[in-house]
Design a protein around this ligand. Structure first.
Ligand SMILES: [Zn+2]
Length: 394
């Protein structure tokens, strides 16, 4: 049984302990690692939705920490000698951040439970994201209200209490718990806000949490999943968002509090310019069509940069020139061609079929218009069209 120093003092950053055992093993990538057991440790093992602490035992890097039957196993990248006393240091910045997130989560879950009666049914405290799942739906306004109350709890700098009630005492206490716990229950209490069975270390005073910020909410399994950032992560999130706002503000030459309006104007301008572009394109296509001599039996055209609508529009303008069959090929970015073949006089499907067979093409449509693609060069397509038109009508 390993003595759990993280329960005696959640702010213990360094400690000395005796190495009880050290066994080599291979991880799933075939890397040789060591499984170290100490007589006592300040490293919190993975549990309660929180990832394991990392750090050092002497110069050995602690990569993961797991608990099995009251024994705590430290996975290290180098060996330690059993019987020796070693100095341990946990990565304090990360651990403190996790405690900020976790205690923030307890306050939020406690408030949601007390005010709306929903349970926290899922909690994940990763190295980046912190998510909590509730088994009921909340509106954004309700979450804003909860966020405000949670920050009030942080500002009141309440003491986070930990106790180990007896079975009899426990019967009289109303507390949150995800699972039926066998053995001793560890209760974490934030007076007036939350009482919860939890195995993880927490900050000592709620003021240590700093800002509690809800940054996302989505519907999830009939309830909601909320993404939060507390303390240092909330500050980092603010910094990243501030940088974005400043960059957009600079690009738009707009004041930071007016960027939404500025983007709205930009969207309107793009909409207007697109309309103008379409109008000019139609004009160009009409002029090009008018330059073709009237009454030809076959016309084939090669173009670039036309979209599907423009292709069909152009073909129809060409057919207005009393043209029998019009085949329009538009070069794509990959070098192949998209085509539209149309006629007011005859079924163009056999024509397209021959083209597809000869020019690695595919496509289809109605008797009066087919659309498709051909993976061939302009020369190959021209040669093929000549052949088809010559044999046509024979
Ligand atoms: Zn917890």
């Amino acid at each position: 049984m390993t003595e759990k120093l993280f329960y005696q003092d959640s702010h213990m950053k360094e400690f000395d302990a005796e190495v009880l055992s050290c066994e080599a093993f291979q991880d799933k990538n075939g890397r040789e690692l060591y499984r170290v057991v100490l007589d006592r440790t300040a490293f919190f093992p993975e549990g309660g939705g929180q990832t394991a602490d990392t750090g050092y035992l002497e110069t050995a890097r602690v990569l993961d920490v797991q608990e099995q039957e009251e024994r705590i196993y430290h996975m290290t990248d180098s060996a330690l000698q059993p019987g020796k006393t070693v100095h341990g240091r946990i990565d304090w910045k990360e651990r403190f951040s996790k405690m900020q997130q976790h205690t923030g989560e307890h306050i939020l879950s406690g408030l949601v439970h007390r005010i709306y009666g929903y349970d926290n049914v899922g909690f994940h405290l990763g190295n980046e994201n912190v998510t909590l799942d509730f088994n009921g739906v909340l509106t954004r306004e309700q979450m804003r209200e909860i966020e405000s109350l949670a920050n009030e709890a942080a500002a009141r700098n309440l003491e986070v209490q930990v106790n180990y009630p007896s079975k009899e005492e426990l019967c009289r206490i109303d507390y949150r718990s995800k699972i039926e716990i066998e053995g001793q229950v560890r209760l974490v209490t934030i007076p007036g806000y939350d009482v919860c069975a939890c195995c993880a270390p927490h900050v000592k005073q709620t003021g240590e949490i700093g800002l509690i910020k809800l940054i996302g909410m989505q519907n999830y399994k009939g309830g909601v999943r909320i993404t939060i950032r507390c303390g240092d992560r909330a500050l980092a999130d603010y910094n990243a968002k501030e940088a974005s706002v400043k960059a957009v503000s600079h690009m738009l030459s707009a004041r930071e509090d007016q960027i939404v309006e500025a983007v709205h104007h930009l969207q309107e301008e793009i909409f207007r310019l697109n309309g103008e572009k379409e109008r000019l394109m139609s004009q160009i296509l009409r002029q090009k069509a008018e330059q073709l001599s009237e009454g030809e039996e076959y016309v084939w055209l090669f173009e670039e940069n036309l979209d599907g609508n423009q292709m069909r529009e152009y073909v129809n303008l060409v057919l207005e020139r009393k043209i029998g069959v019009c085949a329009l090929f538009n070069r794509t970015e990959t070098g192949s061609y998209r085509y539209v073949i149309a006629s007011h006089k005859k079924d163009v499907r056999p024509f397209a079929k021959q083209l597809n067979a000869a020019c690695s093409g595919k496509g289809g449509g109605k008797p009066e218009m087919v659309q498709g693609q051909a993976a061939a060069s302009q020369e190959e397509i021209s040669r093929c069209l000549k052949k088809i038109s010559r044999h046509d009508g024979e």
